[in-house]
Write a protein that binds this ligand. Structure first.
Ligand code: SF4
Length: 177
């Protein structure tokens, strides 16, 4: 892959930051999976979330089967970060940028495995609710947390903070290749 070219192209996108990392640097935590199961209303309701994504071990194994990971982040300022509707309204823009980065990798003949934000909302009603397979497995991105990944230590190791400001929404995607 031509990393120099990719970085030139990434510089033209509205990213707050990006970085390349070894997937082995990522922290996989049972605690994150526990939060999905006990505190997230989407648990079991999307193929992009546990348990549909598979066991924590299988998710970790999949991520570690790749040699590189490109982390991208976008930030958006909102009037009130506690307003979930306003916060979630900033998500499609991040997903669009994630897909732009995917396309840049594809242009170089690389097909990344992508983890992104929240539960997939491509379909109005996820097929998992009807016991059917995902309708668009090539388009949907499981969420980062679904794979038990705690991004905070990875950000901190780079001197970065997840919470950029009081009313700033940070979205993160990981593209494994
Ligand atoms: S593409 Fe549709 S079926 Fe697949 S995870 Fe997303 S919402 Fe569910």
């Amino acid at each position: 892959m031509n990393r120099e070219l990719l970085e030139e192209q990434l510089a033209g996108l509205p990213l707050y930051l990006y970085d390349f990392l070894d997937p082995k640097e990522l922290e996989f935590s049972q605690r994150i999976r526990w939060i999905c199961e006990h505190e997230c209303p989407m648990y079991g309701k999307s193929w992009a979330c546990p348990p549909g994504v598979g066991s924590l071990d299988s998710c970790q194994e999949k991520c570690l089967s790749y040699g590189q990971c490109l982390m991208i982040a976008t930030i958006t300022e909102v009037a009130d970060i506690s307003d979930i509707r306003e916060t979630l309204a900033t998500r499609p823009e991040h997903e669009a940028v994630t897909n732009q980065v995917r396309d840049l990798l594809r242009q170089q003949g690389v097909e990344p495995y992508i983890l992104s934000t929240e539960a997939c909302d491509i379909c109005q009603r996820c097929a998992i609710l009807d016991g059917q397979p995902c309708r668009m497995p090539g388009k949907m991105h499981p969420c980062v947390e679904s794979h038990g990944i705690n991004v905070i230590p990875m950000l901190e190791s780079r001197g970065l903070e997840f919470q950029y400001g009081e009313n700033v929404v940070t979205w993160i995607s990981l593209l494994f290749y």
